[in-house]
Ligand binder design. Structure first.
Ligand SMILES: [Zn+2]
Length: 215
């Protein structure tokens, strides 16, 4: 009689759980998840504890800024509270990594709004999955913006690809009628490339030469 196939995969249940947890991470496929799990199995107790301690510490001490959704130790974050920054100028980025790279240019003196994603209708990611509603809230209600400042300009710093363009069009439509000027980064960044990897000079030019959205 044939053996009944195991339903939970080839490993003990606890290992399966670890593989599933790694496989749920962005960019980690099944084979990589298994390799990482085997590393944990082989690791000393100290090494394994260092990993779990780091995860617990991040979840305990790092949070999102209530205004801009950046990751920070406090809310509002240091950028939103910095009096030397122009809080009437809000640059919209897809993810925290983009903010870090744009900050490296040293050319931007405004504040940010992190969408925590981008629209991807083909993958079922709609407006409720990003922080677009909070962006609109900051624009229409200055008390929700950094240092209670009225927003004058929203700069869309989205990746130059299909999902970035879809997100940009949606936000421009959402903000139309609010009276705010919507601009986007100049196309100094090659189409299809990513803000998180763009070089400093190209990003600085893209910020300086930003254009009114739709033009
Ligand atoms: Zn903030």
């Amino acid at each position: 009689m044939a053996r009944k196939p195991r339903e939970q995969g080839p490993y003990p249940e606890s290992v399966n759980r670890l593989v599933e947890a790694f496989a749920a991470m962005p960019g980690i496929g099944r084979r990589t998840a298994e390799r990482l799990s085997f590393w944990v199995l082989k690791a000393s107790s100290e090494e394994a504890s260092a990993l779990t301690d780091a995860i617990v510490a991040v979840k305990g001490s790092v949070r999102h800024c209530d205004i801009c959704w950046s990751i920070a130790d406090a809310s509002p974050c240091p950028i939103c509270t910095d009096p030397s920054r122009d809080a009437s100028l809000v640059m919209v980025v897809e993810q925290p990594k983009d903010l870090v790279n744009l900050e490296k240019t040293g050319n931007y003196c405004g504040v940010y709004h992190t969408l925590m994603g981008r629209l991807d209708p083909l993958d079922g990611v709609g407006p409720d999955s990003i922080t677009a509603g909070d962006l609109l809230g900051r624009v229409v209600d200055p008390t929700r913006n950094a240092r209670g400042t009225k927003v004058r300009e929203v700069v869309l710093a989205l990746n130059p690809d299909m999902e970035g363009d879809t997100t940009g069009l949606y936000l421009a439509e959402l903000l139309s009628g609010s009276g705010v000027t919507v601009t986007r980064l100049a196309r100094g960044i090659p189409s299809g490339s990513q803000i998180e990897f763009a070089n400093r000079a190209a990003l600085a030019d893209a910020i300086a030469l930003r254009q009114r959205f739709g033009s």
